[in-house]
Design a protein around this ligand. Structure first.
Ligand SMILES: Cc1cc2nc3c(=O)[nH]c(=O)nc-3n(C[C@H](O)[C@H](O)[C@H](O)COP(=O)(O)OP(=O)(O)OC[C@H]3O[C@@H](n4cnc5c(N)ncnc54)[C@H](O)[C@@H]3O)c2cc1C
Length: 591
């Protein structure tokens, strides 16, 4: 069965050598000294390896069961959830006013990666709760915050987000769920939501559903939608639990992966709900949750790839097959280990260089969120909003690809459930679909984010990459990083110019290239991260850092990414510049 060890050394390198957190003026960062972050990450690593990872296969095998309206989670989930709560892990980056520990979002993300790698389905119960916490924290009244936040922070109550309906997924304007205003200021919610993650389960005494619905007077389309807090069990004035609300789980879905997380059809039959945020501005409030959720899903992409990679690496060192072409490396044994073969090396390097690059990008984005939330840094907010569709779309596509590549290292054993490698691929697959399918992320990037605020944020990104390349002019050690990054960044700009010039004449031209643009930008982002990591590694080597092997491996892995992965940018640009003609050539009936 697969095992998992938290990559604490790599995380520490990012926090202290790349992001240099203690030297940052971001509020709360000065407390994050090396000893403190190591202690938190190592402790999280123990919970992940000892408690969560052993339950990953159990959750996959047993799944959730719906009996008489009650969902039973897999054996052991209840005790593990209690351990997470008792250990204070659910409260890590929450507001101390409501029982949180007040650590930066960056630390929450690092710990989140560890838990997601160990058991993605299990961690979703807490992840969605954190999303509900953020939406109420940002948009709730004082009363709503006092009522719900302490319970969500402790995970005594969990949260959900309810957007999807049977006929309405991407196009939320088609929504039918209704909210009827009542004299006491509450609303009665009626409608059906489907695919609701953690919609019903036995891990918490209450579930706080955040539900999108249409209230009278909002008009057509997605603009008139409002967001409501709809508790499973109504909460009395004194905070105690009262009667059951009129809502129920009608069915749980049989699905490809994340079996340990209940995906529910939720029926709202005149359930009592309370408006969260402004009337008819529910999409804005929901976006608070969705941005965080999309970053969290991008994290799921590489976190699954990390867990799969660790096991593929161990297998490649252990399994004896064939001989190295350059001469036996294990002459006393019947054959050499798989890892001697160049194609296995290529496979492992693709996994390693993606995972480490994606981790750096995710940590950087989390750092930008801290700057935006804790410091009101508008430039950071603009930049992270530009990055979110890239992080979500690119990292989950690649995360799935890498989980499949890890499976490939196992040969036929990778296809056999007993070895556990297929679960990584099956679990990683959903991250490409939910929180807005990846095609829609690409649309968001090209159709909205590039032009946002007059294109200010994408221009800032280009300037940042340019400055990074320029900073290494004349530094021979960095040529293998700065030069390819310069080329890739020009290709990205050229693609942006193509959209500007051709998109006005033929919108299909931009949208036919949007997916390639998302991947092109993903590669440039990872190229930027590898350049920063290489610089930090050289600095640490120059300063006499003790772990030379780790730093030299870091630089070599970066060189691989720049030489072997970044050239994909040229292919994406060529596809983009070929326009819509070949994509749209066939009439629908000719397919
Ligand atoms: C396991 C699981 C858990 C989920 N959890 C939740 C949850 O907790 N809460 C919740 O509300 N929902 C949840 N969902 C729903 C999920 O977010 C949606 O399935 C997803 O947003 C896509 O919507 P859809 O399935 O209706 O696909 P559709 O909207 O029908 O899209 C189908 C395909 O068409 C593409 N497409 C759609 N519109 C366009 C367009 N304009 N241009 C180009 N391409 C387009 C999409 O990219 C997609 O590939 C979950 C789904 C699953 C499977």
């Amino acid at each position: 069965m697969p095992t998992y060890t938290a990559p604490v050394k790599d995380m520490q390198f990012l926090l202290h050598n790349v992001l240099k957190v203690t030297g940052s003026d971001t509020p709360g960062y000065s407390d994050l000294d090396e000893g403190f972050t190591a202690a938190v990450l190592e402790e999280a690593g123990k919970v992940a390896s000892d408690v969560l990872a052993p339950l990953n296969a159990v959750g996959d095998r047993e799944g959730c069961v719906l009996e008489n309206g009650v969902v039973r989670t897999p054996k052991g989930f209840d005790a593990a959830f209690k351990a997470m709560k008792d250990g204070g892990w659910t409260a890590l980056d929450c507001d101390p006013e409501y029982g949180g520990q007040g650590l930066p979002y960056l630390m929450g993300s690092a710990v989140g990666e560890i838990f997601v790698s160990a058991n993605m389905a299990f961690n979703m119960y807490q992840g969605l709760t954190h999303g509900a916490y953020s939406a109420i924290h940002t948009h709730g009244t004082e009363d709503q915050k006092a009522t719900y936040l302490p319970k969500l922070v402790s995970c005594d109550w969990t949260g959900t987000m309810n957007l999807t309906e049977p006929h309405c997924g991407t196009d939320l304007g088609l929504m039918r769920t209704k909210a009827e205003p009542q004299e006491d200021g509450s609303y009665l919610i009626t409608g059906q939501k489907i695919f609701i993650s953690a919609g019903e389960h036995d891990l918490a005494e209450n579930i706080i559903h955040l539900v999108l619905a249409k209230a009278p007077g909002g008009g057509e389309g997605s603009k008139g939608i409002s967001l409501f807090i709809v508790p499973k069990v109504l909460v009395n004035e004194d905070g105690s639990l009262g009667a059951r609300n009129s809502l129920s789980c009608g069915k749980i879905e049989e699905k490809m992966g994340i079996h340990g997380n209940a995906t529910c059809v939720m029926n709202y039959d005149g359930a009592r709900g309370w408006l969260l945020g402004d009337l008819h501005k529910g999409m804005r409030a929901m976006f608070t949750m969705m941005n965080e959720a999309r970053l969290g899903v991008g994290l799921q992409g590489y976190a699954q790839a990390e867990a799969a990679y660790q096991n593929a690496l161990a297998y490649a060192k252990d399994r004896l097959q064939g001989r190295a072409v350059t001469g036996a490396e294990n002459p006393s044994g019947p054959a050499d280990p798989l890892i001697v073969h160049p194609d296995i090396r290529r496979n492992l390097m693709e996994q390693k260089s993606f995972v480490e690059g994606a981790r750096a990008l995710t940590f950087w984005a989390a750092h930008l969120i801290d700057r935006s939330v804790r410091q009101g840094d508008a430039a950071a907010e603009g930049l992270v909003s530009l990055m979110i569709p890239v992080i979500k779309g690119f990292q989950t596509d690649k995360g799935f690809d890498m989980a499949v590549q890890a499976q490939q290292v196992f040969g036929g054993h990778g296809y056999i459930e007993e070895w556990g490698m297929s679960q990584f691929a099956r679990d990683a697959r959903i991250a490409m679909i939910y929180e807005g399918a990846n095609g829609v992320q690409a649309l968001d990037l090209v159709g909205r984010k590039l032009a946002q605020d007059g294109g200010k944020h994408v221009m800032a990104f280009f300037e940042m990459v340019k400055a990074e390349c320029k900073a290494h002019d004349g530094d021979d050690r960095m040529t293998g990083f700065a030069e390819p990054l310069k080329v890739a960044s020009k290709q990205l700009q050229q693609a942006g110019m193509f959209f500007m010039q051709s998109g006005m004449k033929n919108p299909n031209a931009a949208l036919s290239g949007s997916y390639d643009f998302m991947h092109l930008m993903g590669h440039v982002c990872l190229g930027l991260m590898w350049t920063r990591m290489a610089k930090a590694a050289y600095e640490a080597l120059d300063a006499g850092h003790a772990d030379r092997d780790y730093l030299e491996a870091k630089i070599a892995t970066g060189r691989f990414y720049m030489a072997r992965q970044l050239p994909a940018c040229a292919m994406h640009l060529a596809r983009i510049e070929s326009g819509a003609e070949t994509v749209m050539a066939l009439p629908a009936e000719a397919f």
